[in-house]
Design a protein around this ligand. Structure first.
Ligand code: G6P
Length: 608
């Protein structure tokens, strides 16, 4: 994930920019660069590799000046090298940093070449630099040029631009990629994440899609997509948000559960434009690899494995190709048969799980390509895979995984759509699905409002020693994940079954002391599930039901029901996970266990 920092001040900015880049290192990148305007000239330094390499280069060739932009690049168009690193320039007087993907860059590049521009990089960003130059050369101000250029751009972007003729102006724009303005006294900043600017300010202005802003040391002028001048509120940074601190929450796990609405937005940010997926987000080689995929093999451990199980339902339904899922510790040690055209997909929060890594290393030479869906950039899994899609969930500290799981599911749906396009999934269906996913942040907020009801329900579990979880279809892996959460942190023995299997064994366990948690959304499997619930009631089992809008399911003796709002079917596995996370959390709190660091378990299992 690329990072942007920019500053316009009365003091030297290169130190501020460098520190900003350091603070964005957590996002993962492959090169870094900076451009600063000094006495009517742009000085630029770029390096492949770490921000530290850039810092060493700057120590030898300092960039002085009070206006500058800087960037960490995660390659999407063109390999990681110095020529492709940002900032990109048009001529000697204009420099640009960009996050996101310009989808129509090829046609724009052809047009610009026709107009006499020469390209020095393989990036999509360089077209933005030349387009801006063309407008400025035609007599527009830098800000007018930005207004004109963003009309040409299809895709997602956050941009920062400086021009040697405007030595006190930093012009910025965003659509689909995050960008925040840092408000100082006599100085202003931009960044792709407010964390980058915390050493210089704690006051921030968030731009909306289509906004353009012009920053000088003393002013910030914002115009919206229609060119109207607008005020965007200035807010203070809330300490603890998205960071490795608990803030007001009693436990990291609870904080991470509550972060999920924001995380849903951040995993989609910059990857969707005008209602469709930008598959370049998967990396430079994505298109060529996806074109050759004929089936998918998913390998993961623990919670990540459950995310993979849900993806199997999605891939086989929406793409229509086979998808196999297996836990890494089994997969790595057996002689597996993989048909030609297999994409090997690993899922991991940490990117360091020993079994998952070993499986990847074992299989690499026998598949057409490898994709890691992971929350830690720069982790071994990411480095060793052909493609990587970051889940952008922020650090997860609680050992029991919550936000990493739901963010993996979003990333898996993006993967499903990328593959689906190649197997007849219509543009209309893709748009419908992404429109539903766009509702996730708001929907999860509404589900969090059920917390007090779930806390009350939890009281009935505190004295139990066992629990059964039931679900069908995509809700079966959700039931598995619910049971895993409960056993991990409350030490209650919990198992999950696809509800149709009940009478093939687990029904023998059901009596008044066996709580049976059922995830029962209103979908095609509900009638079947209700029959399974009857089987439980008939044996005196106590049901704890997370239900949809179906009114025939009611709270009554033997059935404790929490009703969820109406949820699009495609979102059910994500939405129904959240109440189960809260249930385990409250049971664990009531039992007084160590919620964030349950006994015998580790966050990152780097040994076999
Ligand atoms: C450990 C953690 C789990 C996690 C599993 C896989 O067991 O406690 O929360 O699901 O490892 O980890 P990964 O980092 O590969 O997702």
């Amino acid at each position: 994930m690329c990072g942007i920092v920019g500053a316009v001040a009365a003091r030297q900015v290169s130190g501020i920019l460098l520190e900003g880049l350091r603070r964005l290192e957590y996002r993962g990148y492959d090169s870094a660069g900076m451009a600063v305007i000094d006495q009517g000239q742009i000085g630029r330094v770029r390096r492949v590799g770490k921000v530290q390499s850039l810092a060493e280069a700057l120590a030898k060739h300092p960039l002085t000046g009070t206006l500058g932009i800087a960037h960490t690049r995660w390659a999407t168009h063109g390999v990681p090298n110095e020529v492709n690193a940002h900032p990109h320039m048009s001529g000697e007087r204009l420099a640009v940093v960009h996050n996101g993907i310009i989808e129509n860059f090829e046609s724009l590049r052809d047009e610009l070449i026709g107009a006499g521009y020469t390209f020095s990089s393989e990036t999509d960003t360089e077209v933005v630099a030349h387009l801006l130059d063309r407008e400025v050369s035609a007599g527009k101000s830098l800000r007018e040029a930005m207004r004109a250029v963003i009309q040409y751009l299809e895709g997602a972007f956050a941009l920062g631009v400086v021009h040697a003729d405007y030595p006190d102006q930093l012009v910025t724009a965003r659509k689909g990629s995050p960008l925040v303005i840092g408000v100082g006294i006599g100085e202003h900043f931009i960044a792709s994440d407010q964390l980058a600017l915390l050493p210089v300010t704690d006051r921030f202005m968030f731009l909306e899609d289509g906004d353009i802003a012009c920053l000088t040391p003393d002013s910030v002028e914002v115009e919206d997509g229609s060119g109207q001048s607008v005020d965007r509120a200035v807010t203070r940074f809330e300490h603890g948000a998205g960071s490795a601190e608990k803030g007001a929450f009693k436990h990291f796990m609870l904080k991470e559960i509550y972060e999920q609405p924001a995380v849903m937005a951040s995993v989609m940010e910059g990857r969707i434009s005008d209602g469709h997926l930008l598959e370049q987000a998967f990396g430079v080689e994505a298109k060529a690899l996806f074109d050759r995929v004929r089936q998918v093999q998913i390998v993961a451990c623990g919670t990540s494995y459950h995310a993979g199980m849900i993806a199997k339902y999605w891939i086989e339904e929406l793409v229509g190709i086979p998808c196999m899922v297996e836990v890494a510790s089994e997969f790595r040690y057996r002689p597996v048969v993989l048909p030609e055209g297999t994409l090997f997909l690993t899922l991991s929060q940490s990117g360091e799980t020993a079994d998952t890594l070993a499986a990847l290393r074992e299989i690499r030479s026998r598949v057409i390509g490898t994709l890691a869906i992971c929350n830690v950039p720069g982790s071994s899994l990411v480095r060793e895979s052909d493609l990587a899609l970051m889940t952008n969930a922020g650090p997860e500290i609680g050992v029991a995984s919550t936000k990493a799981f739901t963010s993996q599911l979003v990333a898996l749906m993006l993967t499903t759509l990328a593959l689906g396009r190649r197997f007849g999934l219509s543009d209309t269906r893709e748009r419908e699905i992404l429109a539903a996913f766009a509702q996730l942040p708001a929907l999860l907020e509404r589900l969090l409002a059920l917390d007090p009801e779930i806390e009350q329900m939890a009281a009935q579990f505190a004295e139990k020693h066992n629990a059964l979880f039931l679900g069908r279809g995509t809700l079966f892996p959700v039931a598995l994940e619910g049971a895993l959460k409960l056993k991990e942190i409350s030490y209650i023995h919990a198992e999950a079954y696809p509800a149709g299997e009940l009478k093939h064994g687990p029904l023998a366990l059901v009596d008044k002391d066996m709580p049976v948690v059922t995830v029962a959304p209103t979908n095609a499997m509900l009638e079947k599930l209700k029959a399974n619930m009857q089987e439980v009631r008939a044996r005196g089992g106590e049901l704890f039901v997370f239900a949809g809008q179906d009114q025939s399911l009611r709270d009554e003796p033997g059935i404790n029901l929490i009703r969820l709002p109406s949820i699009p079917i495609i979102l059910e596995p994500i939405a129904y996970t959240l109440p189960l996370q809260l249930l385990s959390y409250h049971v664990a709190v009531l039992k007084g266990t160590d919620v964030d660091q349950p006994r015998n378990l580790a966050k990152s299992v780097t040994v076999e």
